[in-house]
Design a protein around this ligand. Structure first.
Ligand code: UD1
Length: 431
């Protein structure tokens, strides 16, 4: 069983290069099957969710040529539209649902296993279904699979009842190959929504307004070849920003779009961190006492829910009382029990955590309850006195490439271990 062992207490210092955004890459890869030509996609993160999706795409006949760790050439020419997208792996990732929008748009039919993903809340897909049905599809759930079929898809007006990243992207994909114009209102504005729209446009789609709350799509008949580079990962970057703050370090985070990090930067500055920005990098420094603050997660440009646990582990080390309110997913405080083992003082009442700052964490054995909380617990370990062992790190592999290696380069004393002997060896290592 793989675990991370950490000897904490050292400020993280130096430079780290951020990879492509997982949550942009997943829909971009799914959308790539919509052309019978070839899409060359670059700056793709080499993380578990991406590899599972690529495997599923191969399973239905897509050509997936991994030309490099971070580049892939995809063609949907040989897809068998009658093949179901289903296996034990695809059921574990959330993004499998993007193949519904992609295949429904292209072939007017799709059968895909119901999506899985981290257990952070109920995660319904009613808005996706509402959009597909508005475009003229018949959608049924049969034996744990979503089946969507249409004689033709016709452009229409859709108002989203909740702001959903997944539903916005899925409907945008299907509508791109529908007849006529589709207008989607109250859409998500996340950078990855814009990235997917740019990608579809580079294949020949006609999408306007991505990044605002109304998207207009003029359907086209088919898509062409394209070359595309995925945007940098806002959440990976944010995670290293909080690592600098929690360990009182000094990290320059490269290959980022500083604008996408504004909500995170603003809160870290309130906590007393010093942040400087350049074209494609941010430097985050923190020393001495951290200040408490209030956070509420919201759709972009608000504070991202995917940064909530990493921020909370930093706030648990700040002077005074902070509050963190989670307004997107109801089950995102499962790391609190683990963090309590390390000495944190946090009380969760419904969707709000009240955090009383402590001076230092104490190392402990903890387990990752989901992807982002897993990364947060690793950072807590790096800021702690003594040894921390983090288990269930498969969650972290879903969304962070070489997380341990990147932290080692910043001076973090962290190692991947597979058994008790390796843990003992790490503990007796002379430093
Ligand atoms: C995506 C991200 C996830 C991130 C989340 C919010 C991927 C693979 N995952 O998840 O990391 O935390 O955006 O930024 O990109 N909702 C409905 N009905 C629906 C769809 C959503 O009620 O049909 C609700 C959800 O329960 C949630 C909110 O809308 O409360 C936002 O969810 P959504 O933006 O759809 O999240 P995901 O696309 O699942």
């Amino acid at each position: 069983m793989e675990q991370y062992i950490i000897r904490g207490g050292k400020p993280l210092m130096g430079e780290v290069v951020i990879g492509g955004a997982k949550n942009a890459a997943l829909p971009v890869l799914a959308a790539a099957v919509m052309t019978d030509g070839e899409c060359r996609i670059d700056n793709m993160p080499d993380v578990r969710d991406i590899n599972v999706l690529l495997q599923a795409m191969k399973g239905i006949g897509a050509t997936v040529d991994r030309t490099d760790k971070h580049e892939v050439v995809i063609s949907g020419r040989n897809i068998n539209p009658d093949e179901d997208v289903d296996n034990e792996y695809i059921r574990k990732i959330r993004a499998s649902y993007y193949l519904i929008g992609a295949l429904l748009g292209k072939y007017k039919k799709a059968t895909v296993a119901l999506p899985g993903g981290c257990d952070i809340g109920s995660r319904p897909i009613d808005q996706h279904i509402k959009g597909f049905e508005a475009l003229g599809a018949k959608v049924e759930i049969i034996n744990g699979r979503i089946q969507a079929t249409a004689d033709e898809l016709i452009g229409c007006n859709i108002y989203m009842d909740v702001v959903s990243v997944g539903a916005t992207i899925n409907i945008m994909m299907a509508a791109s190959l529908a007849k006529g114009v589709t207008t989607i209102e109250n859409v998500a504005r996340e950078p990855h929504v814009v990235d997917v729209a740019n990608f579809l446009n580079s294949m020949g789609a006609q999408i306007r307004g991505a990044g605002t709350d109304i998207i207009k799509i003029r359907g086209v008949e088919k898509f062409n070849n394209c070359e595309y580079s995925i945007i940098p990962d806002q959440i990976e970057a944010g995670t290293f920003m909080t690592a600098a703050v929690a360990t009182r370090g000094d990290i320059t985070i490269k290959n980022v779009i500083p604008k996408h990090l504004e909500a995170i930067s603003a809160k870290l500055i309130e906590m007393g961190a010093k942040i400087s920005e350049d074209d494609d990098e941010v430097r985050v420094r923190a020393s001495g006492e951290l200040k408490s603050t209030q956070i509420k997660t919201l759709p972009y440009p608000g504070f991202p829910t995917d940064m909530q646990p990493q921020m909370a582990i930093s706030l648990a080390l700040a002077n005074g009382t902070s509050t963190v309110s989670e307004s997107i997913f109801e089950n995102r405080f499962r790391y609190v029990d683990e963090l309590t083992k390390m000495g944190a003082k946090i009380k969760v009442n419904d969707r709000t955590a009240v955090i009383t700052g402590i001076e230092k964490y104490q190392g402990a054995n903890v387990s990752a309850p989901d992807l982002r909380a897993g990364a947060a617990l690793v950072i807590a370990g790096l800021a702690a006195d003594g040894y921390t062992v983090v288990s269930d790190i498969g969650y972290i592999y879903r969304g962070y490439e070489d997380f341990d290696l990147k932290l080692q380069k910043l001076g973090g004393d962290i190692q991947l271990v597979k058994n008790e002997q390796e843990i003992a060896k790490f503990k007796y290592k002379v430093v």
